[in-house]
Design a protein around this ligand. Structure first.
Ligand SMILES: C[S@@+](CC[C@H](N)C(=O)[O-])C[C@H]1O[C@@H](n2cnc3c(N)ncnc32)[C@H](O)[C@@H]1O
Length: 219
């Protein structure tokens, strides 16, 4: 579904991780367990986790929305970065992946911060919009790419003014910049980048960390 990619030299990436990432021991254990899986590349990299934690702390985030949990690395990184009263709404469809996530969230003592909903994220997001509750400070979109625009639009409704929407894998291994690549996922991500780039509702930046992170700040 997604591919972990990197636009910098591996040695440089290892340098960054070694010198600047303070990975919580439970995050490190989760990364090791997840690395045994054939689809381990779906997990965000440790430097991306550190970047997201920094953003959350920089904006004083308390409420975080995640679309695409897998074995729980990004949600755990964020749970560790949020204050004690921080809350996460986490969306995924897969019980097997998220059973691993729950085990590590328990181990890190953050389970009570995380409300995991097992259902198609479009449904969970529609229900959450309808409930019209407290807005989120930050959202992270990292699930099926066919729905990326639906998730972006839902996040724009759910995040507060000044809040951040992050979309993962927006470079898609570089395919978005290759006009001969026209598979549905590439087309969906390319369209989102083009739309967000001129979207007057947000300030935007595309950071080429890992497989590319689109950061949109709601105006
Ligand atoms: C790239 S992985 C998420 C990686 C995760 N953020 C991490 O840090 O490890 C994508 C996840 O999206 C989930 N997913 C796929 N389609 C979905 C859908 N329609 N609704 C909710 N989750 C979905 C998959 O089950 C998978 O766990």
């Amino acid at each position: 579904m997604t591919a972990k990619s990197n636009f910098i030299d591996r040695t440089v990436q290892e340098y960054i991780i070694e010198h600047t990432v303070r990975e919580h021991p439970v995050l490190a254990e989760l990364r090791i367990e997840t690395s045994q899986r054939s689809n381990a590349m779906m997990e965000i990299g440790p430097e991306q986790g550190a970047f997201m934690q920094l953003l959350a702390r920089a904006i004083g985030a308390r409420r975080y929305l995640e679309v695409g949990v897998f074995t729980g690395y990004s949600a755990l990184a964020m749970a560790l970065a949020l204050p004690a009263d921080g809350r996460i709404l986490a969306c995924d469809v897969n019980e097997e992946y998220t059973a691993v996530a729950r085990r590590y969230w328990d181990r890190a003592g953050v389970s009570e911060k995380i409300d995991l909903r097992i259902a198609p994220a479009v449904e969970t997001l529609a229900t959450t919009i309808a409930l019209n509750g407290e807005p989120f400070d930050m959202a992270f979109i990292d699930a099926d790419k066919a729905n990326v625009d639906n998730y972006y639009e839902a996040a724009l409704r759910l995040v507060r003014t000044g809040g951040l929407i992050l979309v993962d894998n927006v470079l898609w291994g570089g395919a978005v910049a290759d006009s001969s690549a026209n598979d549905p996922d590439t087309v969906a991500l390319r369209a989102l980048n083009a739309k967000a780039g001129r979207d007057e509702r947000v300030d935007v930046s595309l950071v080429p960390t890992c497989d590319g992170i689109l950061i949109a700040r709601k105006r």
